[in-house]
Design a protein around this ligand. Structure first.
Ligand SMILES: [Zn+2]
Length: 302
């Protein structure tokens, strides 16, 4: 009988353990290489349904009033309004919301159309919030829209490609072009030139970076926006007819590549595009961003 080498039995016993350990290490290395370190911690998140929305630090509040009107409240409590048409047909509490709005620190307006200027004049008169807009739109609103001239200040104006720090550096607002039109039409008067239409990227310090498209069609240069900072939340018009509809908006989301997309500018003026069609378009076009359909007047911490 051949003599068994010393330790052979022990090696046989240990081999399966080593194979198992080495196999585990190999799988971990492959996971890291293919999908990055984040993939290793994702199974916990994936087990929860619905999927968790990416939260930046949970201290910035986003609220949708309907149409293109949003309110952002920063971690320090500053209030930024965008295209504040609070009394739009989707908002059953529009008149109350307007009456109760006792604070605004900035009013951002993307272009001169009524459904975007909305209640800005009344809010500005009450809160004394300065207007953030292009130079041309600010001039036009003061000259022909009845906007308080003392709240149209050069320090709060810019133009496309530019970015301005505001609220003592707590936010930065970048001016983004849009493919649309812009004019101010007061009742019974011919429309007045109001500069070129746009959107905004609002970067909150230690918080989210939010892209509000304004009214626009899809345009290829949207793909450059995130090269200057990842967009966390994209607020995208989807209604069609006067802006991009669901299919084109889904393509726009693909170009911007945000973490989350919120549909807006639908459900009024018989606009044909719906959030359901948008959801289907995002799915069929394989868009990675998470869809968040916000309820009117329902705040979300992001
Ligand atoms: Zn418009």
């Amino acid at each position: 009988m051949a003599r068994r080498p010393i330790g052979q039995g022990l090696r046989r016993a240990v081999q399966p353990v080593w194979r198992w350990l080495l196999g585990g290490v190999a799988i971990a290395l492959v996971m890291l290489q293919v999908t990055g370190p984040v993939a290793a911690i994702q199974p916990t998140q994936q087990a929860l349904t619905p999927p968790l929305l990416p939260i930046i630090n949970g201290q910035t509040e986003l609220l949708w009033y309907g149409q293109a009107a949003f309110r952002i409240t920063t971690p320090s409590g500053k209030v930024i309004l965008i295209d504040p048409w609070l009394q739009n047909p989707l908002n059953a509490n529009g008149a109350e919301d307007l009456a109760n709005l006792d604070r605004a620190d900035l009013i951002l307006i993307t272009h001169g159309h009524n459904d975007h200027v909305g209640d800005a004049k009344a809010i500005a008169e009450r809160t004394k919030a300065p207007l953030v807009s292009t130079f041309d739109l600010g001039r036009a609103l003061a000259a022909t829209g009845g906007y308080p001239g003392d709240l149209v200040d050069f320090n709060y104006q810019g133009n496309f490609g530019g970015e301005i720090p505001l609220l003592d550096g707590e936010v930065k607002v970048a001016f983004i072009p849009a493919v649309h039109s812009s004019a101010i039409a007061t009742d019974g008067s011919p429309a007045a030139y109001a500069g070129n239409p746009g959107g905004f990227v609002i970067s909150v310090k230690d918080g989210p970076r939010i892209y509000h498209t304004g009214d626009t069609d899809l345009f290829a240069d949207m793909s450059y926006i995130s090269q200057f900072g990842k967009i966390d939340w994209m607020l995208a018009c989807i209604g069609g007819k006067f802006t991009m509809g669901p299919e084109r908006a889904a393509e726009a989301v693909k170009l911007v590549n945000p973490s989350v997309v919120v549909p807006m500018h639908f459900g009024v003026f018989s606009l044909p595009g719906t959030p359901e069609q948008f959801a289907a378009a995002l799915r069929s076009q394989g868009v990675a961003a998470q869809l968040r359909i916000m309820g009117v007047d329902e705040p979300v911490m992001i």
